[in-house]
Each structure stands twice: as structure tokens, then as C-alpha cells.
Design a protein around this ligand. Sequence first.
Ligand SMILES: C[C@H]1O[C@H](OP(=O)(O)OP(=O)(O)OC[C@H]2O[C@@H](n3cnc4c(=O)[nH]c(N)nc43)[C@H](O)[C@@H]2O)[C@@H](O)[C@@H](O)C1=O
Length: 375
Amino acid sequence: MPVTGRSLCFDRYIRLVGWREAAVQTSKTALITGITGQDGSYLTELLINKGYIVHGIVRRSSSFNTGRIDHLFQDPHDEDRRLILHYGDLTDGSNVARLLEGIQPDEIYNLAAQSHVRVSFDIPEYTADVTGLGTLRILEAIRESGVRSRFYQASSSELFGLVQEVPQTETTPFYPRSPYAVAKLFAYWITKNYRESYGLYACNGILFNHESPRRGATFVTRKITRGLARVRLGIDPALYLGNLEAKRDWGYAKDYVEGMWLMLQQDEAEDFVLATNETHTVREFVERTAATLDMDLGWQGEGVEETGVDRRTGKAIIHIDPRYFRPAEVDLLIGDYSRARTRLGWKPTVTFAELVRIMAESDLARESVLAGVTR
Ligand SMILES: C[C@H]1O[C@H](OP(=O)(O)OP(=O)(O)OC[C@H]2O[C@@H](n3cnc4c(=O)[nH]c(N)nc43)[C@H](O)[C@@H]2O)[C@@H](O)[C@@H](O)C1=O
């Protein structure tokens, strides 16, 4: 019977009661690293709905870090449960190898990473270890154990960095612009290398930015929708942002996890771009959010002096803060997903305007509840 909420002790979920037995049943078994993140939670829902048994690796933390999958937790004594969590970390190769041998997954989705681009400039070694070498550790565990798992690597549009071609496709040369992107470059090539060297079914999904109400609050889209909702409710006086002119190709995360799964269902492993083929500035995202939340935003000044002003009150509600600038910026991303459309039958279903609306309305509702506001 499914159990919701946090009433049961977390450790009880982690215990491996009976999961080996569960794995030998007829349904497919998947292992997801990074299961507690935005993509991990949507992918888990997708796979459970398709009848998979899903194993997830969770990093040990003294505070709860499973908020996005709490609604999927099941009693460990339930013979039919579909989600099994394990403590682990991609920086620990022996742990990865042991989990793989025990679980024997049909499919592995490597979504774990230190994924914040700005933060990767502050912790470059750690980023390289988790995001780069972590991928190698999984591939080595597959090779060493002889487990016949199909492997999905979460590659990123950040690989294109200082773009060499517009729009970007699977054949556009890479030019990474951050320690995060350089680590992802290693992960991309080692995935391809293990495919070519050892015949592993291993593919790279080169995913452009994909967002949702489950996006972490420090990524710009969620920072904007959450931040403006809080300003509108009078919780915060203002929102502080960095470069408003950066352009991104933003899609809806739920669409993208479907694409990940499709990539592992093909006859041969291949790399695919998932994108929307549209690009918008951060400023447009701010303006669209303000419009959705019925806030009347205007702009004053130039560059770092610039502020977003509420036209009705004349008050500045958006400040440009150089702390959020990056030592090297990715100015423009726009992806061409033709190969995914043709070979996988994949396409994005949510427009930019709908994405902003979904996120802004979700944050307004969530912040209203937290603040005890009746709208
Ligand atoms: C595909 C790719 O997608 C993500 O990487 P990202 O594109 O760097 O995402 P972001 O939301 O942090 O920044 C987007 C843009 O927005 C600008 N920006 C302005 N002001 C703020 C600001 O205040 N905060 C942030 N975070 N960004 C800001 C910032 O300078 C940048 O140009 C990750 O999932 C990554 O893991 C990944 O793989």
C-alpha cells in the first residue's frame, strides 16, 4: 500500500527488504542516479507508470532531501512496491559497483551531478569528480560486472557554450565555458568511448534547459517565478538577478524525461538533442512571469545599474546583482531536435508561455499557502 508524507522513518524506506526478489519478477528494472532531483522525480513517475521497478541512489544528508519523491515512497514491507532507495554517492566507486551488481538493472539513467553552472566555478574539483568521473565510475562498473544494462548519460547543452553554430545539433562542435561544462564534456566523451570500445548500449541525451515547478530554486527560471510570487505577496521586497540578456532554449522537464526513456528503447544506442528550437532572454522570462502574476513591471537604467520597477508604485522590485554574473557566460543556446523528432518520434509539448504560466501559478499557490495568505 502506498505511504505518503514523512510519517514513516526515512531509514525504513532505505532498507533493502525483499528488493532482490522484486527485481527477478518480469518487469524491467531501472537504476536512477540523481533520483531526488527534478528530472529524477519525473522519470521515476514515468517508469513506475510503465511498470518498472525503480531503484534510486540517494546521498546521505542530515536533513530530508527526498521532497520531490516523497509521494512515491512505499512501505518497504510491501511486496509489490516499485521504488527502492539506496544510499550512495558517485564519488565512491566501490559503492556504485556493489549497487550495480546487486540490482542488475536493465536500464541506468545517470542524472546525478553538481549541476549548478555558477557554483561549479567555486567548487571545480568537486564538480569534476561527481559530474565527470562519476560517469566513468558507472561505466566501469557496467564493464567490470558484465551487467547488460543500457546506459543513459545526462549530457547538457552547456557543452555548446560559446556556440559554433546556430541552432545547435548533435554535430555542432563543443566549446564548454565552465568547470561544469568541461566535466560534462568528459562524461559525454567517456560515454561515447565506452560505447565504441566495449560495445555498451550507452547514449548521450544532449538536453537543453528544462524547467518545471520542481526546478531547484537557485536556477534562474524558478528563482524568477518564486521570487516574483513572493514580491507580489509582500513576503520579499525585491528579487536580485544577474545577466538578463543571456538567451536559453527552455522546455518542460516532463517532456524531456520521456525523451530519455525513448533513447534507451532504440535498436542501437545514439546521441540525441532534446530542445524546443526557440530561444528567449532571461529578461523575457521575467517580463512574462510579471505579466502572468499581474504585476506591472518597467525597466530603468542601464547595465548593472538597471532595475525592474513596478510602474504602479514606482518601487524597484528587480535589482541587478553582479554576484550572479559568471566568469564566462553562455550567451545564446537554441537547439534543433530534428533527429529526436525523426528517430524517436519525440517533440516538446509545452510552449514558453505555458511553461512560465505553469511555474508562476504553482509558485504563487505554494507561497500563498506558506505565507498563510488567502487569495
Ligand atoms: C542545460 C543546463 O541548464 C542549467 O544551466 P544554466 O543555463 O546555467 O541555468 P541557470 O538557470 O542557472 O542560468 C540560466 C541563465 O540565467 C542567467 N542568470 C541571470 N540571473 C541569474 C541568477 O540570479 N541565477 C541564476 N542561476 N542564473 C541567472 C545565467 O547567467 C544564465 O545565463 C543547469 O540545469 C545545467 O545543469 C544544465 O545542464
